[in-house]
Structure formats: structure tokens, C-alpha cells
Design a protein around this ligand. Structure first.
Ligand code: HAM
Length: 446
């Protein structure tokens, strides 16, 4: 399309000037983010370095728990979500018809994709399958604190194990991911609940199973909704808000929740969890234990959420594969806000190992060779792309937080040319043959 156009249409024939005019500065879409490298132009911007830091921790802890990384497509058939995700998320879909007439959606969550992937090839993998991914997800939702139209989410899921030991393993992973950022039991809590407990509650009081999902939706919104409105909606289904509040406050753990609590206690992680039946989760596919991570002061939206969805694989595979499943999603937006407020983000500096000074342009080819050699040895090396005054080059080396400067010295009469290496922290200097520079730079200065 761009290559084959009529040049006159773009005004290119008229002197080859740029064909478009920009009446205003282009901006990004609301709810989307630009990630800039540090140092940031303004403090409230999104940091590419902080994002990388978060991804690094997510990956490291997931791997420590034996989870393997997978990925899937960001575009999926619309039907994958309308099938079973729940009204809220479907109402927030970015969807369109593609040029082949297919109904498409940008993924708002990873779970249906994962269920599809696992169902297609589960025989190839030993159970339990423990997988993680870090997808970017898109939801057309009202922008508010902690909620954007795009976010990244650590997804960790287990397939093929119905025992609550798997739920405990997943909750332990969530706790350890949060702890890896320096957050403690004073900062966050995992609120553990069970749809089974609510299902029993529902079944004892309402014979119409068709109303169960509407009931769960009301419970899910209890904290956010005006109590009078919740009372009214519950009454329409034949329930009483006071009775429900009493059930939540009693917080009597079911047998499966007791198993999870004991498992976590054995790991020394019991203090991070409390039974809280207020949590029921909005998504339609959850079947059993559900949980959410919140900051303890209650200043932020949920940090993470998940639970069991034992029927989703069967549904997505058209009944061909049946596997118990459970998992959680942990977004980057609330986490970053929380880490900022608690002062737990490290400072990110783009320190390099060496800056090559080129003070004599006749030495540029030899300097490029040296730079290449050091980079091939795995070192981060910078230099001035064009001729520049020596003091300007040195200033740049300092700005880039270079650990060393390196530069070719004129060869002594009859001798081999050497590289002058200067440690910018200790101020120590030495002259070395080129082959000895990389090992010298890799050795930390004492
Ligand atoms: P979810 O509760 O919709 O669950 O999202 C999980 C987490 O993603 C939230 O707790 C929050 O950290 C983050 N999040 C969600 N929406 C937004 C948004 N608009 N902006 C920023 N962050 C957001 C799920 O997505 C399930 N699929 C999780 C799961 C995996 N269940 C089982 N396996």
C-alpha cells in the first residue's frame, strides 16, 4: 500500500518534499502507554527500565517454581471470549472484522488462549503442566487509577491437578513474586475464597441454578457498589444482604481452604493469606478456589487475581479434552504504583563497561576494532560516532556512567601499540595489549 501509491497523490513529484503535513503533535491513544528509558523526561512517565525490572522478577520467580514460559497470538477469534469469559470482559473487548471477514478480538486476557493451547497438545506434556507467560492485554475499559486500556500481566497456570496442593503451590508462587519486589506481609494480603462455599450457600437457598452467575456478580461487586443497590438486587434473587454479610464475616474455611492454609503454613507463608468470602471474582469460568492479592492499606485496586477453572478446557475443546486447571493474572500497573509509593523501585542507570576515547581520528579504524572486540567479549561499550573534542568525549563517558575509559596509545618506538585503560572509580590506570583489555575490564576493581 505504501510502496505502490501514485507519487503525485503524495506530492512527491513536487520537489520530493515530505508528503504529509502534521497540523498537530501526534499523541497516543487514551489508556495506552509510552515507555521511555531512564532517566525519564518527567517523573510521572512510564519507565521502560522499570518494566524490564518487573518482567525479570516475574520470570525468575516463576522459573524457581518450575514454570515454563509459553506465548500465544495477541489477536484471537472473538468467539474465544464470548464463549465463557463473562459479560464484563466481553463488554470491554477491542474487536473488529478483519479483511477476510473474520470476527477478531485483541486478547483481553490470556486464559482462553492458554486453555486452547493446552487442549490442543496436552498429551505431549507430562502432568501437572506448569506454564507462565507475560502477555500484553487490551481492554476497552474506563480509565481510572490502576486500570488502563492496555497492561502486561504475569499469567501462571497449572493443568492436570485437582488436589488443593496445586492451589497452594500457585498461591505460594504469588506470595513469593510479591516478596521478590521487597513487599512484606505489612504491604499485601492474599484474600482466599471459594466459589464452592458460595455455591453451597446459593444451593441451600435458591433452587434455580440459572441465577447463580447473576448472584456471583452481585457478590463480586459488594465492596464497590452502594449497599442499598446490592440489597435490592439480592432481594430480587431471594437473598438477604445481612445474612450474606454475616456469612462473609464468619469466614469459616471449607475443607479445601483448610488444606491450602495448612500447606502454606508448612512453608512459613500462612501470614500472607486470609480467608475472605467477599472475593468471588467476576470472570464466569471459575469453579472452585479463587483469590486476589490486595495492598493492605486498601489504597489500590486488586494487584492480582485468579482461581480454579476446571471446566474451561472441556468447553474450549468442544468436550474433547477434560483437565482441571487453575491460575492467576498479575498486572504491571498496580504493582508499579505500589512499588513507587513504598519506595521499592531501584534506581536504574544505564551504566556501561567502557567508553572508548578516540582523540586522534587516524586511530578510528583501530578503535572500532577494539570496540568490536570488547563487545564480542560481552561488554557494553560506547564511543563517539563522529569526531569530538577529547573533553566532550570524557564528559559523555561520565554521563553514561562508564566504569572505564579505553583508548589507543601511540606505539612506543619499536614497540607494540597498547591500550590505556582507566578505571573511572578507582582512577587506576594501566597500559595493556589489546587482547588483555577484555579480561581486565571483566574483573571487578578492588
Ligand atoms: P483479572 O482479575 O481480570 O483476571 O486480571 C488480573 C489482574 O490483571 C488484575 O488483578 C490486575 O492486576 C490486572 N488488570 C486487569 N485489568 C487491568 C487493566 N485494565 N489495567 C491494568 N491492570 C489490569 C484475569 O485476567 C484472569 N484471566 C487471570 C487468570 C489466569 N485466571 C486464571 N489464570
Amino acid at each position: 500500500m505504501w510502496g505502490g501509491g501514485d507519487p503525485a497523490r503524495f506530492g512527491i513529484a513536487g520537489g520530493g518534499r515530505f508528503p504529509f503535513s502534521f497540523p498537530h503533535m501526534m499523541d497516543r491513544l487514551p489508556g495506552f502507554r509510552d515507555f521511555y528509558p531512564e532517566p525519564l523526561p518527567l517523573p510521572d512517565m512510564w519507565s521502560a527500565d522499570a518494566r524490564q525490572y518487573i518482567f525479570g522478577k516475574w520470570r525468575a520467580v516463576a522459573r524457581r517454581y518450575g514454570f515454563r514460559e509459553y506465548d500465544g497470538p495477541p489477536l484471537e477469534p472473538l468467539e474465544l471470549y464470548t464463549l465463557k469469559s463473562g459479560d464484563e470482559i466481553v463488554g470491554q473487548l477491542y474487536n473488529f472484522t478483519d479483511k477476510g471477514g473474520r470476527e477478531i478480538a485483541l486478547r483481553p486476557e490470556m486464559t482462553p488462549t492458554l486453555a486452547r493451547m493446552v487442549a490442543a497438545h496436552e498429551r505431549h506434556y507430562k502432568k501437572p503442566v506448569k506454564w507462565f507467560a507475560i502477555p500484553q492485554l487490551f481492554r476497552y475499559e474506563r480509565q481510572q487509577k490502576g486500570r488502563l486500556r492496555e497492561h502486561f500481566q504475569l499469567n501462571a497456570d497449572i493443568f492436570g491437578e485437582a488436589d488443593p496442593a496445586a492451589d497452594a503451590e500457585l498461591v505460594a508462587l504469588l506470595i513469593d513474586v510479591l516478596r521478590s519486589f521487597g513487599l512484606t506481609a505489612d504491604d499485601f494480603v492474599i484474600r482466599l475464597s471459594s466459589r464452592n462455599a458460595w455455591q453451597d450457600y446459593f444451593n441451600q437457598r435458591c433452587p434455580d441454578a440459572g441465577k447463580a452467575y447473576a448472584f456471583y456478580q452481585i457478590i463480586d461487586k459488594l465492596e464497590r457498589e452502594d449497599p442499598a443497590a446490592s440489597r435490592e438486587k439480592l432481594a430480587q434473587l431471594g437473598f438477604n444482604l445481612d445474612e450474606i454479610t454475616a456469612f462473609i464475616q464468619a469466614g469459616e474455611p471449607t475443607a479445601e481452604l483448610r488444606g491450602i492454609l495448612e500447606n502454606l503454613a508448612a512453608r512459613g507463608l500462612r501470614d500472607y493469606v486470609k480467608v475472605d468470602y467477599q472475593v468471588i471474582r467476576g470472570l464466569a469460568y471459575y469453579t472452585g478456589v479463587v483469590f486476589e492479592a490486595f495492598d493492605k492499606k486498601g489504597e489500590f485496586r486488586a494487584i492480582a487475581g485468579g482461581g480454579r477453572y476446571d471446566n474451561l478446557v472441556k468447553l474450549i475443546s468442544g468436550g474433547k479434552v477434560n483437565l482441571p486447571a487453575l491460575g492467576f493474572g498479575f498486572g504491571d500497573v498496580v504493582l508499579l504504583e505500589l512499588l513507587k509509593v513504598r519506595g521499592l523501585l531501584p534506581t536504574f542507570d544505564a551504566a556501561i563497561d567502557a567508553y572508548c576515547l578516540i582523540e586522534d581520528e587516524t586511530l578510528r579504524p583501530a578503535s572500532l576494532q577494539l570496540v568490536q572486540q570488547l563487545r564480542e567479549a560481552g561488554l557494553a561499550v560506547e564511543y563517539s560516532l563522529v569526531a569530538a573534542k577529547p573533553d566532550k568525549q570524557f564528559k559523555r563517558a561520565q554521563e553514561m556512567k562508564a566504569a572505564h575509559t579505553v583508548k589507543w596509545e601511540p606505539a612506543p618506538a619499536g614497540g607494540e601499540p597498547l591500550v590505556r585503560v582507566r578505571n573511572l572509580r578507582t582512577k587506576q590506570e594501566q597500559s595493556l595489549p589489546a587482547a588483555a583489555v577484555a579480561p581486565a575490564l571483566a574483573t571487578p576493581a578492588t
